[in-house]
Design a protein around this ligand. Sequence first.
Ligand code: VJV
Ligand code: CA
Ligand code: ZN
Length: 396
Amino acid sequence: ANGIERPKGYNVSFHFNSKAEQHHFGQSHPMKPWRLTLTKQLVLSYGLQFAMDIFETLPATMDQLAAFHSRDYLEYLSRITPDQSEVIANNFKIFGLGPEGDCPVFDGMWDYCRLYSGASIDAARNLISNQADIAINWSGGLHHAMKKWASGFCYINDIVLAIQQLLTVVPRVLYVDIDIHHGDGVQHAFWSTDRVMTLSYHKFDPETFFPGTGGKDETGPKNLVNPGAHYSLNVPLHDGIDDAQYEDLFDHCTGACIEKFNPQAIVLQCGADSLGGDRLGKFNLNIKAHGHCVDFVKRRSHNRRLLVIGGGGYTPRNVARAWCHETSLCVGATLRNQLPAHIPYRQAFMSAENGGGELYPNLSHITTRRHENKHDKGYLESLKKNIDEQLKYVEN
Ligand code: VJV
Ligand code: CA
Ligand code: ZN
């Protein structure tokens, strides 16, 4: 009316559930759902809630979860409690659960599973109904869960459930995974279809690093009559990769996949354990490079639906800073480097490396001991070539 036109931004929706954040995997387990509270507090302290639609989601129902998981497994998950552990101890193994393991049975586990999955399903639905161009669920991204068992801190595969939703309205979905671990559960679920292309960047060392899959030749069924042949792509990395190398590799490979596969929707798993200073990971990435991946996919996803989800990330203050920064990239805001003065849990953002009292220098950097960089130019070039080679079989 006043002649000033607002540039058309992106409609962003943010899906969360406060109760999901309050669960505990058990003492000293690396997966800490309270990192989600830290993330959300930071997002709110910067005022990003005014630039997006915020949805507190309902738990997923049994029927929703059964779209991917087996009923047997879901029944067991819904019934098992920590004190029954010994009684049904044998079934532990079948379903991938167990004390002292990666997937413990903790109080409220079923509730936690339904909440983070519900948020991913809601996010996908919001994209489907065109309520949002970009939907975010930092509590999801649990890419290791299999149809019939839990694996690597993941009980329900919310990503598979979300992609299944998207496939009801679009022909093709691209899944991109920057968690430091291989996205094996998602890859396996869509191994035999050409409607979902999976692309995972990860540390690969079958001898020592979980889950041990995701080599560069793991590209789909070897039977070339199977439509899934060439639709599972992997970028296996070593310790110590730096910002420039990762950004270059990511742009080349992800850009080529978007161009050749031409998906109508993209799901980006943003596991923050690929950051430097992670408790489990040994890459050297700063928040800047991690965020670059989100920004790159956003810029390439014009007229495509984009679902942005969490994943790993085991140094909570870095996870919160990265995901807050990435939320700002989604809405197109630029944040001050200075932390807001009145953020709750301010202490949690103090850097131990800087003597405990200092704030991090800025939002893009992580100050920490660097890991030795085990990549040379030849290796990185061979990874790009491998992706280009696979994409020759893909045309849309
Ligand atoms: O390396 C493994 C498997 C073992 C067997 C089980 N023990 C506990 C650990 C070694 C071979 N598992 C990995 C799983 C990583 C999952 C990553 C998940 C994601 O980021 O990709 C997505 C959310 C692993 N690495 C480190 C640990 N497990 C670990 C588990 C613990 C622990 C310390 C380290 C479990 C309990 C406790 N401490 C108390
Ligand atoms: Ca990955
Ligand atoms: Zn991970």
